[in-house]
Design a protein around this ligand. Structure first.
Ligand SMILES: [Zn+2]
Length: 313
């Protein structure tokens, strides 16, 4: 079986394509500038009008053609103040976008030549771009998942904070929402359901008492439970879709992220959901992620700027 060939043509983004489009730091900077200010046309605060800006050589800046005032495409982005080259950042984005099951910091280290610590921090920043607000419509499946578990195969510093719960809702053939929850009581789960689902949605779940309580939150919620002890697939009443999502995440976390604490679980869930929610889109995943670097100004970068502190990468 050739997994690569099963990816539709429009979704493919090869290493050769990447090398062609982003051969060096300048090409990456140009991409960001064009995304923020197409044609280099940006408001010059000095002139008070939109003017064309030209690249300032040797700096990550563009200058107003009339007065020379500088604009900085990287300001407010995850690349701001980073000492890692822009092309390496783009390469990490490509690697994180091109995987299905996840990529490890070790693998990033091997493929880009940055240190393990740098790779880990870059991935953390890129993962922040993957968080998004999503609303679902029915029919949906929902189920809980437990992460963590046995202490015996963990690093010493991770032992003790053993388990975390997550709750997921998925549309059939559609999108998923996956959240870390303090526990799987109805007090923790109902707010998530209320936030992402309309009242009329049909819900499929197993027969856990918590999920059974979901039916009481809205009079028009039609809730169908699946009795796993009897049969796994009862016609339309099954939870195969959410089970499939959780097994994808678990396989990834086990194989790739096992060394990391559960405090980052939500950001991993965001990463898997981001890819899952675009799995049928007719564009390369890289395009979705790259454009987020300019549409989503990373809070931590902004915070760093406000604090005036530099946390160099
Ligand atoms: Zn100007």
């Amino acid at each position: 079986m050739n997994r690569y060939q099963s990816i539709p043509k429009q979704q493919r983004y090869s290493a050769q394509q990447f090398d062609r489009e982003f051969p060096n730091d300048d090409a990456c900077l140009e991409y960001i500038k064009e995304s923020r200010w197409p044609g280099g046309r940006a408001l010059c605060v000095n002139c008070g009008v939109v003017r064309k800006h030209y690249r300032v050589s040797g700096r990550t800046a563009y200058a107003c053609h009339a007065c020379g005032n500088h604009i900085f495409p990287l300001s407010g982005t995850i690349f701001h103040k980073s000492t890692t080259s822009l092309r390496t950042w783009f390469l990490v984005i490509r690697l994180m976008a091109s995987t299905r099951v996840g990529v490890s910091a070790k693998q990033i280290q091997r493929e880009t030549g940055v240190t393990y610590k740098t790779a880990w921090r870059m991935m953390k920043q890129i993962r922040k771009l993957m968080g998004e607000k999503i609303y679902l419509s029915g029919p949906v499946e929902m189920d809980e998942a437990e992460f963590g578990g046995s202490d015996s195969n963990k690093h010493h510093h991770l032992r003790g904070k053993t388990k975390a719960s997550a709750f997921g809702i998925v549309e059939r053939h559609g999108k998923v929402v996956a959240r870390v929850v303090p526990d799987t009581t109805k007090e923790s789960i109902l707010p998530v359901v209320a936030e992402v689902l309309p009242l009329s949605a049909t819900i499929y779940s197993d027969q856990s008492p918590t999920l059974a309580s979901v039916r009481w939150m809205g009079k028009s919620h039609r809730h169908v439970t699946v009795n796993h002890s009897e049969t796994y697939v009862d016609g339309y009443a099954h939870t195969n879709t959410i089970d499939g999502f959780w097994s994808l995440v678990k396989r990834g976390i086990k194989g790739v992220y096992y060394q990391v604490g559960l405090e980052y679980l939500q950001s991993y869930l965001n990463e898997y959901a981001f890819r899952y929610n675009r799995r049928k889109a007719m564009r390369p995943m890289f395009a979705f992620l790259a454009e987020r670097t300019v549409t989503q100004v990373c809070p931590s970068a902004r915070e760093q700027k406000l604090l005036g502190s530099s946390q160099p990468f």
